[in-house]
Design a protein around this ligand. Structure first.
Ligand SMILES: *Cc1c(COP(=O)(O)O)cnc(C)c1O
Length: 483
């Protein structure tokens, strides 16, 4: 299997296509496009024949791992199976061949889809209205922070510049808050692994913009004091942001809107079964409570009788946050999933996700230390700290050992507050046999750590790619090909 890049395989004059002879006068790109943006020379693209390109990508794909190939318990990422009916809907010509600049009357079905999906997501989360424009979770967070800002500006409360973020939060939360110009105030988790009112109290003043929370949090634990927290934040004039990337534990059971949240983003590419990984495309819709609706991005999709329209009539809007209307076909997949599952199906998915996580947790906690030993939601966090002390084998060694067994590693070293963390999320779509095999493999790796630690330090030893130099890759990344 060749490791060469397409550029290195290139041979002058090779072609993978045949164009018909030109039957119109040739135009000079410098004239048509204009010299200011037209390059002086054509791009140095590789020149290859079709079979080479096909083999190149097929060989790369065979080295890859995906949820269609095996178990993928990557905590906080909800790698649930993506039903193929979603793909069927997204490949209907009426959806995939529309152009974003087509007249409204010719894309009524697509507008209806955006409107229907927004209202379904509002129903699921208990929010008032939203936007489907944001293309990822972090993009949703950024949009949410802009909405916070607009709300305080309207009220003349520009002093409110502090955002509370719990220490267990997903890394994108403090990043989004900081990039939006807020001052990030980190508060520690208490002995239960939860946000406590005591930790919150010192920050409840007129400089508070609000709090960013995920519930269940990244330890897989439900914030039991959420109603008191939301009351306290609202009483001091702040807003609540819900990171709903992982709604998979509570979908159809409890609603962020009912908990008092003002803004929420969802990751359709996690909870709502659209594919993710490799950087997208995703969809991270933002939904808001009534008082933030006037600030939502434009255009909105509105309904009058049977007619759907784009509406730009929102004078206090934060404006556009993406080109056109977001990743439309991802939204088609999500609506398909919701319609196929129905209310009961969505609820059942959450229940099964929680059951599967607790089943794994119960079988693995005798071997790997469980920091917060209570019933979890859709995921749980083990620690390999004891194993490391006794054998030198770390969380990352266990992760590499799993790769040899055809299982994707869990999330490691996150959340930061658990040393040698292994964060496991099985999702609802796995069979009992798959869960049992994972337990067996985890037991086997634990035994191997004591009996033959050196072999585990070298894992994976019989895969297409062996143990990579993480530090080298991070410190000296080579992401460009140089000719
Ligand atoms: C995945 C995730 C995000 C970020 O979502 P992206 O689509 O990758 O930007 C944010 N918060 C939590 C809790 C997540 O799990």
């Amino acid at each position: 299997m060749s490791e060469l890049l397409l550029f290195e395989k290139s041979k002058e004059g090779r072609r993978g296509f045949l164009l018909p002879a030109l039957d119109v006068p040739a135009a000079d790109p410098q004239e048509v496009i204009g010299p200011s943006i037209c390059a002086d020379a054509p791009p140095a693209l590789p020149q290859l024949c079709e079979v080479e390109v096909t083999r190149h990508y097929q060989n790369l794909a065979r080295k890859n791992f995906g949820v269609d190939l095996g178990f993928y318990p990557l905590g906080s990422c909800t790698m649930k199976y993506n039903p193929k009916v979603n793909e069927e809907a997204a490949s209907l010509p009426g959806f995939c061949e529309v152009h974003p600049l087509q007249p409204e009357e010719s894309v009524q079905g697509s507008l209806k889809l955006l409107h229907t999906l927004t209202s379904f997501l509002c129903e699921i989360t208990g929010m008032s209205w939203g936007t489907m424009q944001s293309m990822a979770g972090a993009h949703g967070e950024f949009t949410g922070m802009k909405l916070f800002r607009a709300y305080f500006q309207k009220r003349g409360e520009t002093r409110r510049n502090r955002l509370i973020v719990p220490s267990s939060s997903h890394g994108t939360n403090p990043a989004s808050a900081h990039l939006s110009g807020f001052e990030v105030v980190e508060i520690p988790a208490d002995s239960r692994g939860l946000v406590s009112l005591e930790a919150l109290a010192p920050h409840l003043d007129d400089r508070l913009a609000g709090i960013m929370l995920t519930n269940p949090n990244t330890l897989g634990l439900f914030e039991t004091d959420i109603l008191e927290i939301s009351q306290a934040v609202h009483d001091s004039g702040g807003l609540l942001y819900y990171d709903g990337a992982n709604l998979n534990a509570v979908m159809g059971i409890s609603r962020p809107g009912d908990m008092g949240f003002d803004v929420i983003h969802l990751n359709l590419h996690k909870t709502f079964s659209t594919p993710h990984g490799g950087g997208g495309p995703g969809s991270g819709p933002v939904l808001v409570s009534k008082r933030l609706v006037p600030f939502l991005p434009v255009p909105d999709v509105t309904q009058e009788g049977d007619i759907y329209r784009f509406s730009w009539d929102r004078p206090e809007s934060i404006g556009k946050i993406s080109g056109f209307y977001g990743n439309f076909l991802v939204n088609v997949r999500a609506l398909t999933y919701i319609l196929v599952m129905g209310c009961d199906g969505l609820k059942r998915a959450s229940q099964m996700a929680v059951l599967n996580a607790n089943y794994l947790m119960k079988h693995l906690k005798p071997l790997y230390h469980l920091t917060y030993d209570v019933i979890c939601k859709h995921e749980f966090v083990l620690s390999a700290e004891r194993l490391k002390k006794e054998t030198g084998i770390t969380a990352v060694d266990i992760a590499k050992g799993l790769i040899e067994e055809g299982i994707h590693p869990p999330t490691v070293y996150f959340p930061l507050i658990v040393p040698e963390a292994l964060m496991i999320e099985p999702t609802e779509t796995e069979t009992l046999e798959t869960l049992d095999r994972f337990i067996e493999v985890m037991k086997h790796l634990h035994r191997r750590a004591y009996e033959d630690p050196q072999s585990l330090k070298e894992a994976p030893s019989h895969m297409a790619v062996s143990r990579v130099d993480d530090v080298g890759a991070a410190r000296h990344p080579r992401v460009c090909w140089e000719c």
